[in-house]
Design a binder for this molecule. Sequence first.
Ligand SMILES: [Zn+2]
Ligand SMILES: [Zn+2]
Length: 339
Amino acid sequence: MKAIVLVEPNNFRLEDIAEPPSPSKGEVQVRVLQVGICGTDLHAFEGKQPFFTYPRILGHELAVEVLAVGPTDEAHDLKVGDHCCVQPYFNCGTCGACRRGCENCCDKMQVFGVHIDGGMREFVNVPLKKLIQANRSNDELAMVEMLSFGAHAVRRAGVTANDTALVIGVGPIGLGVALAAKDAGAHVIAADISDWRLNFAKTCVGVEQAINAKEDVLAQLRAINPDDLPTAVFDATGSSKSMHNSFQFVANGGRLTFVGLFSGDVTFHDPEFHRREMTLFASRNANRIDFENVLRILGSGRADIPPWITHRASSERMIQEFPSWLNPESNVIKAMLMF
Ligand SMILES: [Zn+2]
Ligand SMILES: [Zn+2]
């Protein structure tokens, strides 16, 4: 069967590899229908993903079809032919975090398609409990994992209809945050340095206001509401400068959530943090309930998903086109590998 192997940085190879064996206990054999490409894949391709080893089969944003269900003691209603999305965070189930229901930050996390070989192949066996069946299109199923990050962050911050949410950085992850915050009933403001992205956030997610982060963000927030600042601020930039600055945009008594990750120190001025009595959250991966929430939002018809998919390619073409997807000028929101 066909598989795309990232042999080393900047080198994908289409290989013919052995088909998986019959699924063993607790496993399901699936056909991979479609694979979303995300920042992690781009970083791995460039050789910039920390703790990454090669060769590796990428692919963690998956739409799959059930081919065979292995023996299991678990109650389930998966049938051959079902279409599913995959929760790619393979947790240990026994560490303290897992036992407390925080499987999204398992101490021994193995992300399918990142730490272990993933879904850029025709068939693969995955744990039954990581599949979520849904009658959605392949495009939507392959987007659920990415959107679940936003649902998780919004749930972490406890966003309600009483909140004004500011989402800084409306790349795909930030757009997912905006979508989930809108679903929670919040008034949503997007900030980004790209007018193209801000426009997308307005037209496709329906954010109420868009502010250009190249100009004075605080002044623009004050112009929107002179009496108060956003009560729930999300930083989805992964930029230490932006994360450092984001503290000043939070209302007194408000929450700040770091959705993007920066591999270094982020500092803040404690008196400002204290004066606001601010709560700071980190948000990592997502839980099953976040996947289910995304599927509910998609089912409500309030999310206009097709425009999010800006690029599509077959295996052969993906290998050729992948380097161009790294170029910010190609305006990639979501690229899809079509198996
Ligand atoms: Zn991803
Ligand atoms: Zn664990």
